[in-house]
Design a binder for this molecule. Structure first.
Ligand code: GLU
Length: 310
């Protein structure tokens, strides 16, 4: 193996160039705004322990968080329930698609917080007396992870609420099992707003870094969640973050991560760095094709695979 590159000098443009001609994958078309994403967009950002960012071309393009929001929803639910969220949602990988209509057979709980059922539930556990208050709480919490005020794309939120039939089905299923407290419609509305939160690649890397550095935002110095919460969240990203591709991801990339249908991936390498990639074409498991290749190369080149012996 070559000696590891220094993240401060690592050539992000060369990494981008390596994947630019990759033509695999399909852009998600579940809502019009996602279908309109530029298939040629490729960006990568790293955030280091002192909060400085390394960014490639394309890092200024904004996109909705989609499922990259799930680790942060889990973190906020753990924080606001003082850990009780761990009793309300499972933490086992499913080996199934992100929106599978499946709950734990013995408990009726969602299988884990990284699939849609789990995120619908964690979004319902944050503080707030009604859907609007919970959505506000989530917006404030996500902004603390990001180190700046984040906006929501109202049209994306509206369409996801309207067109998310499987999410409505999952919420009703959890209501029938008695595991979801708010109305199914409120739960979908709050989750849809969280998914519609707008970020750019650098901001998403700051969010990943906040988890990687034990809940402390390296940009603002704010303690967003306790160390134990960050550790719990990153553990579940490692086992469940890439859906039914999580095993392959951990072997090849070895960095806890969360994929999303917008083509973004957020990565948290504990104690080392936060990173994010975006490139819309997705593989069968809903992971960005170019994002996966860049993440694998990053892990190899910087020698930051979790199980790499130094
Ligand atoms: N908002 C999307 C949904 O719930 C997120 C899915 C994803 O990014 O994997 O269908």
């Amino acid at each position: 193996m070559n000696p590891p590159s220094d993240p401060r000098r690592y050539d992000l443009e060369a990494l981008r160039a390596r994947v630019r001609d990759e033509r695999g994958g399909r852009v998600d078309d579940s809502i019009p705004q996602l279908a309109e994403a530029d298939p040629d967009l490729v960006a990568i950002a790293l955030v280091l322990p002192d909060g400085t960012a390394r960014t490639s071309t394309g890092c200024d393009v904004t996109f909705s968080l989609q499922s990259a929001v799930k680790p942060f929803l889990f973190a906020l639910a753990l924080l606001d329930t003082d850990g009780e969220a761990l009793d309300r949602v499972g933490i086992e990988p499913t080996g199934e698609a992100f929106d599978a209509l499946k709950l734990e057979s013995d408990t009726g709980r969602p299988p884990n917080p990284m699939v849609n059922a789990g995120a619908l539930l964690t979004a319902s556990l944050v503080d707030g007396s009604d859907a609007e208050a919970r959505a506000d709480r989530i917006a404030r919490g996500l902004s603390a992870f990001a180190g700046r005020t984040l906006d929501v794309d109202d049209d994306v939120a509206h369409n996801e609420h309207l067109l998310g039939d499987r999410n409505h089905a999952l919420a009703h299923l959890m209501r029938a099992e008695g595991t979801l407290t708010p109305s199914a419609d409120d739960a979908v509305a709050v989750y849809a707003r969280a998914c519609a939160t707008l970020v750019d690649t650098e901001t998403l890397a700051v969010m990943g870094a906040t988890l990687a550095f034990g809940g402390l935002n390296p940009r603002t110095g704010e303690r967003v969640v306790p160390r134990r919460v960050a550790r719990d969240v990153v553990s579940v990203m490692a086992t469940c973050g890439v859906y039914d591709g999580s095993g392959r991801w951990m072997r090849a990339v070895g960095i806890p991560a969360k994929s999303s249908v917008s083509g973004a991936i957020v990565l948290s390498a504990p104690g080392r760095l936060g990173a994010a990639t975006v490139s819309p074409p997705l593989d069968e498991q809903g992971t960005s094709v170019r994002g996966r290749i860049m993440s694998e190369a990053l892990s190899d080149d910087l020698a930051i695979h979790s199980f790499e012996v130094g």
